[in-house]
Design a protein around this ligand. Structure first.
Ligand SMILES: [Zn+2]
Length: 340
């Protein structure tokens, strides 16, 4: 039930300066780019149709497998450079001025890739993207929780090693049921000791106890938080502390973590005063974009232009930018999007 004509809504949303805080690099590879990578590695005979089939899945476990298969095409530092550059180009086209991007370092290590060489590719892509599109990008190193705490420690070692080169945060993702937050207490404490910001996927495929667990790890942002609404005390805590929640509506529907759009808690969370930002999670795998996510909440849940503006402003507030940079972006935001 659209409350504003679609074209106007689209223009307003597109022109709003935005940041995206929950975005996986490997989930942003468009099928056309994946095809290019296949050809680069001499895997001939594949058509766009074949490649697109890799993006199909029917549930959360199937999604994790598809994600792994797509990631399997990434081999050289140049591959990582290309996908970073393409992502930044795409962000620019949606007026996303800043992004905090997860790299599945846990998967790279599992594949026994030379991560320091890959990181050089990532940074080359980031620098070229910043120069050509003016997009700001910071890295979050993501460990695979079902691989356990020891493997997460190795990911953290690398995050610490590169923390003076735009790696600002450490996080855990993957299957919450196979890797509860409590396992990672020491890893998170060590990350904090090295000045890294902390984030965690929580309450995506597990209950509110997983979100409590993430808060106990001192996670500063919660990825998804879909099941927080089941626990009134947790809702109060999240609202009181204004812990930012990365809301990824399309992702939750496509993975089946949220059975249908009408049941998504985004509007309830907003009305109960939680600090929310919108994100795509894995835009290519979910066939979405940040503009689509804003439009979806506006059209489905009756968010007004002022609400949408608040969500966009939150995305800069909740970022891991330095205080100085944050003020710079917020001033720019206020000038470009005065209160309606
Ligand atoms: Zn995610």
């Amino acid at each position: 039930m659209p409350t504003v004509p679609e074209r106007r809504s689209n223009t307003f949303i597109r022109s709003l300066p935005k940041a995206e805080l929950h975005l996986h690099l490997e989930g942003s590879i468009e099928p056309a780019t994946l095809l290019e990578l296949r050809q680069r590695h001499g895997m001939d005979g594949a058509t766009l149709e074949d490649v697109e089939r890799l993006y199909n899945y029917s549930d959360f476990t199937g999604f994790l497998t598809a994600f792994k298969d797509v990631t399997g095409h990434l081999r050289s530092p140049e591959d990582y450079e290309l996908i970073t550059y393409r992502l930044m180009q795409r962000l620019r086209s949606e007026n996303v001025l800043h992004a905090e991007v997860f790299v599945s370092v846990g998967v790279c290590l599992w594949r026994k890739q030379n991560f320091p060489a890959i990181f050089e590719g990532l940074e080359r892509g980031r620098q070229r993207g910043e120069k050509d599109f003016g997009t700001s990008l910071l890295w979050t190193f993501d460990a695979v929780r079902q691989f356990g705490a020891e493997k997460a420690d190795k990911v953290l070692d690398l995050a610490i090693q590169f923390s003076d080169r735009n790696v600002v945060a450490f996080g855990i993702g993957g299957d919450e049921r196979q890797g509860p937050p409590e396992l990672f207490k020491d890893v998170y404490a060590r990350a904090a000791g090295h000045g890294l910001h902390l984030t965690a996927h929580a309450g995506e495929s597990a209950g509110p106890e997983s979100i409590w667990g993430a808060l106990n790890l001192k996670a500063e942002r919660i990825g998804h938080g879909l099941t927080a609404g089941q626990d009134p005390e947790l809702m109060e805590e999240l609202a009181r502390r204004q812990v930012p929640i990365d809301i990824c509506v399309t992702s939750n529907l496509k993975t089946g973590c949220c059975p249908d759009l009408a049941q998504h808690p985004v509007r309830r969370y907003f009305d109960e005063g939680l600090m929310l930002t919108l994100a795509t999670d894995d835009p290519a795998m979910f066939r979405t974009s940040l503009v689509d996510e804003y439009r979806l909440v506006q059209e489905t849940f009756g968010f007004s232009d002022e609400h949408v503006r608040e969500l966009a402003r939150n995305s800069f507030e909740a970022s891991f930018l330095t205080a100085e940079k944050k003020v710079e972006f917020l001033n720019l935001f206020d000038a470009a999007a005065p209160r309606v």
